[in-house]
Design a protein around this ligand. Structure first.
Ligand code: IPE
Ligand code: IPE
Ligand code: MG
Length: 241
């Protein structure tokens, strides 16, 4: 779905690469998981500030298809943190008008986590104040490959003809098919790379790379970044004057 609000000065959809939890913990001589816990606690504050900032869609990168390369202890700790987070936040999300969705490949996730994800999606499906999308075991390349596989199957089944594969039909197969493209992508922790996040969807997004480590990313910092978006001139390939 295209963002209908192309020239609006408020980003309708903000996507965040929540990076820097490990370094935040290291600076405090604590284990990496301590940083991940502090990072998870940040999401609520950012989410709650969305309605007043005019941000309707918030998408956060929680675990990439490449993050399995980390130690077994860190991966297990993160997976258990996702479970705890869903259990703890579910009622609050439901009561506060948040519609939650998950993107990424669920195949590698444990059944009990997938059940919690499914339940939370179902529980919040009638909400419409803010749309929170959490990317778990998500990789942009993996998403495009999975989408292409499903699309190819539809061609085989003659549900779709090869000549109809284009920029409108392909994204219908992506995990994000019901979401608008992100207007603004923020990455915390000073790294200026996208690490396989929303490759297709962010083709024309504005990027903001900030030095703040994710556990230090307050709603004040968020408000500043969102405000700076209004100064940008998005041209989508057109001419400004
Ligand atoms: C981001 O923080 C969270 C995940 C990738 C799961 P990191 O864990 O990447 O923190 P740094 O980059 O090592 O500081
Ligand atoms: C990107 O951060 C993924 C998430 C924030 C979940 P990484 O820390 O995994 O990215 P790289 O390894 O620095 O590129
Ligand atoms: Mg990192």
């Amino acid at each position: 779905m295209k963002n209908l609000n192309k020239n609006s000065k408020t980003p309708n959809h903000v996507a965040i690469i929540m990076d820097g939890n490990g370094r935040w913990a290291q600076a405090r001589r604590r284990p990496r998981l301590f940083g991940h816990r502090a990072g998870a606690a940040r999401i609520r504050e950012i989410l709650e500030s969305c309605p007043k900032l005019g941000v309707k869609y918030l998408t956060v990168f929680a675990f990439s298809t490449e993050n399995w390369k980390r130690t077994q202890a860190e991966v297990a700790g993160l997976m258990s943190l996702f479970e705890k987070y869903i259990r703890k936040e579910a009622a609050n999300l439901k009561d506060n008008g948040v519609r939650v969705r998950f993107i990424g490949d669920r195949i590698r996730l444990e059944d009990k986590l997938v059940d919690l994800m499914d339940d939370l999606e179902l529980m919040t499906q009638d909400n419409d104040l803010v749309h929170l999308t959490v990317a778990i075991n998500y990789g942009g390349r993996d998403e495009v490959a999975r989408a292409t596989r499903r699309l190819a199957r539809d061609v085989e089944l003659k549900k779709l003809s090869a000549k109809d594969v284009n920029e409108e039909t392909l994204p219908k197969y992506l995990d994000t098919h019901v979401l608008p493209d992100p207007d603004l992508v923020i990455r915390t922790s000073g790294e200026a790379r996208i690490s396989n996040f929303l490759l297709w969807q962010s083709a024309y997004s504005e990027y903001e790379f900030i030095d703040t480590l994710w556990p230090d990313f307050t709603s004040e910092v968020f408000a500043k970044v969102v405000a700076s978006y209004s100064q940008r001139s998005r041209r989508f390939g057109g001419a400004s004057v």
